[in-house]
Design a protein. Structure first.
Length: 410
């Protein structure tokens, strides 16, 4: 490529579009299973990422016959991470939370956070505003969240190396928190994004079609009456699509020079966006598609120990007596993380009362003055003071002794 062609190509791409695309790409390229937020927008990283995206765009777009930056124009307001204007082009510090399973995502919403420096979903509520708080509190209270399904079963995830299966964005499209499911349908990539408009004060009205409802959520979003101003779109229209629950009114976006279609619709309390990259979402597939919660009994078991809230201190003592420790800050968070990560079994053959051995008594103090006391017995059983016994996996249970040694410098 000649130098002048490169420079001409760079000049075609608007800065806010590049920043939006880079922010989106960086947030999605995460290792599966990482559930803590990571601050991804650094000055040096942003410059390098922008250069890479610009280089790819300059090389690929001419081959596609696309000479306009509108190729990146999404059916929502820029910047990508939320907002109806470009007054503040900087993404939020808490960019995303990543999970490799639905179970871990639900646990992430209920996970406790420290008063200061917490990177948990609960821990950043104080800095994210009322919409975020309403969303997180609803999911934590419900203990479930809508997920995409085929034939009443959750759609398989992509399980791509270097990518998460589920991503939670605290503030993104239309200034709302969103959960992204990275799915695999008929061997092709399909992304499903879901949010609750009511957390922004917009109640879903079944009497309104998807276009009207989207205008209530985001007046400046790409819609049936303004898409012609955006050269990227071949068509934007309303369509009735038969799904498992019946006919659903859908706002469909067709993209020029691409097989990609974006389907936007409302299901119960949820706003749903389905991005079909290769045209696999045909009518026979849509008839088997639904948005539901599925079986969550196993997930609920794993969240039985700790309540949601801000943790101020964790005290650990032993029965019989002999050890007593107190932890704050990151040390306390390490113990909270350990308790939140346990895989618990509520159905087992053993009788905990028949087993003897040392028991760790873990007292978790919250900012509201409440305390949850957990009994960690014999590297086998665990329960709260007023809860049932659960059986732990031995490999996970024995990690607690190693964690205490690490925290105490032994």
């Amino acid at each position: 490529m000649r130098e002048q062609e490169f420079l001409d190509g760079v000049s075609l791409i608007e800065a806010d579009v590049v920043e939006s695309f880079v922010a989106m790409d960086a947030r999605l390229q995460r290792k599966a299973g990482r559930s803590k937020a990571r601050v991804i927008w650094t000055r040096i990283g942003a410059v390098a990422a922008c250069f890479a995206v610009v280089l790819c765009a300059v090389m690929i777009l001419p081959m596609l016959g696309v000479g306009s930056p509108e190729v990146f124009d999404p059916p929502f307001e820029l910047p990508f991470w939320g907002g109806s204007s470009n007054e503040d082009p900087s993404p939020p510090q808490h960019s995303s939370f990543d999970f490799d399973s639905y179970r871990k995502m639900i646990r992430g919403f209920k996970k406790s956070g420290l008063l200061a420096g917490s990177n948990s979903i609960q821990g950043i509520k104080g800095s994210m505003g009322e919409t975020y708080t309403a969303f997180v509190d609803k999911v934590a209270k419900d203990g479930e969240f809508p997920q995409p399904m085929l034939n009443g079963q959750p759609i398989p995830y992509q399980n791509r190396e270097g990518f998460s299966n589920i991503t939670f964005f605290p503030s993104e499209l239309y200034d709302l928190p969103w959960v992204w499911y990275h799915c695999l349908v008929e061997g092709e990539r399909v992304n499903v994004q879901i949010t609750y408009p009511a957390c922004k004060g917009v109640a879903v009205d079944p009497a309104k079609d998807a276009s009207e409802m989207l205008k209530a959520v985001a007046p400046n979003a790409v819609n049936v009456d303004n898409f012609e101003d955006r050269p990227s779109y071949k068509a934007v229209y309303l369509q009735s699509i038969p799904m498992e629950a019946g006919e659903v009114g859908v706002l469909v976006y067709e993209i020029k020079n691409s097989n990609k279609k974006i389907y936007t619709f409302f299901a119960g309390e949820a706003l749903v966006m389905v991005t079909d990259y290769e045209g696999v979402m045909t009518h026979p597939l849509w008839r088997r598609f639904s948005v539901g919660t599925g079986e969550i009994s196993d997930e609920a078991e794993e969240d039985a120990l700790l309540q949601a809230g801000y943790v101020t201190q964790v005290a650990v003592s032993s029965l019989p007596e002999g050890y007593a420790y107190a932890y704050e800050g990151e040390d306390a968070m390490a113990i909270v993380d350990y308790l939140d990560s346990l895989s618990l079994q509520s159905r087992f053959k053993e009788d905990p009362d028949e087993y003897t051995g040392m028991t760790w008594v873990i007292s978790v103090d919250y900012a509201d003055g409440s305390t949850v006391t957990v009994y960690h017995s014999g590297n086998m059983f665990i329960r709260t003071a007023d809860g049932p016994w659960y059986r732990m996996e031995y490999e996970e249970a024995e990690r607690f002794d190693a964690l205490l040694d690490e925290l105490n410098g032994e």
